[in-house]
Ligand binder design. Sequence first.
Ligand SMILES: Cc1ncc(COP(=O)(O)O)c(C=O)c1O
Length: 433
Amino acid sequence: MSETTEPDESAVFDTPLLQLDLGLDSDVTVLGKAEWYNLPDAPYGGGSIKTRIAKGMLDGAEESGALTPGDTVIEPTSGNTGSEIARLATARGYDVEIVMPDNASGGKVNAVRDAGAEIHFVDADLGYDAVIERCEELIAENPGRYYRPNQYENPDNPGTHEHTTAAEIWEATDGQVSHFVAGAGTGGTITGTGRGLHSRSDDAVTIVGFEPDDPLHAIDGLKYLKTGDHYHPETYDESVVDEKLYISTTAAYDQARALRSRYLDENVPIYDTGRLSEGDIRSQLRVQDQFLVGTSAGAGAAAVAQLDEAGKLDDGDVIVFMLCDRGDKYADIPLWEDYLDESWNLRTSCCKHRTYLQRTVCKYAWNGVSCIQNWIPKSRYHWLILPAPTDQSLRVDCDRRGKQSPPVVTNGDRISSVKPVRYPRVTSWACEW
Ligand SMILES: Cc1ncc(COP(=O)(O)O)c(C=O)c1O
């Protein structure tokens, strides 16, 4: 069994509500529920919204006898659920194996590894289904060895939110909450919290769910479900959702960055401290003095802004959305990499070194220019390597994200300088010579 420092499970649930100014037209109160205050002292940005369900599913399995001493806990996951199951289950004395795509973010991979769990990496280019298949293969190879929580089917996932997240929001707002806004990955948050708030308010609270608007999205933890050919999690009961919105990656990132700018020099007001003191909250509120939230929190802010623009909010409304995790989990992607210094990047990312530039995924010709596209294991970047430009400078535009990348320069066969050009995968490029 693994030896790790035990996380304090009393530091899970009852997270604070921050009162945020999103610059809306309507005179409403917007509250963000800051979920990194689940295990806030854990490395790599603390815990997340997934600490709740990791605890809920492990408690449920131990109570039902599905998980017994000597079992190995295994779960396929791209990030937060894996790190939180790894942290809690290893501390309870179980061996843990996490199956992850090899593009999971550095901080999340490191959190799993530091907890003492074993990681099985699966080629991210094979898609997320391959991660689930690998997990099923491992279970089939060793029948009887594993317990798989299975966040996509486990009723304790929405159940935990129904009994904790919904109750906390209802109590902290004295029943004044009018809207609850959350994104869907497994759908556990929106389903469970939505059920809990509907039942407490006699359906008076409007439950607003959002999903990415594009299968090539880069909003961590969310699942593209807009068309019918995607696996629909059993834990996502859409009948709970009163209003559905679709959010672009650009809008999510823009809103996250706007929050950082808004609170660069101003205090973030605390509406409810939850189980913490104000001093404890302030000590974990900022990263390098900046208010940085994760990508799905930015998407939540974008969803609230969309409601406002559509005239769906009334003055006096109280809107709660989830700040699922803190921004330092995303130090190695083009969300916060401009704002965090290299030392922070190196701490959170496992892949910032050129030596990782190893694996050629495809070689292709585009507009007569021969390009090699590399996938860097365990990072989120595709790097596009082009021949050295002759006399003109090279520009590569990341068209789908509307972002301009820095130039990529090679010197013959030796790479003199390479830059990440897209996140996470873009299928078409615009190159100018
Ligand atoms: C950062 C983040 N936000 C949002 C979600 C979506 O939550 P749920 O799975 O409850 O729908 C997840 C799930 O992995 C996540 O990791």
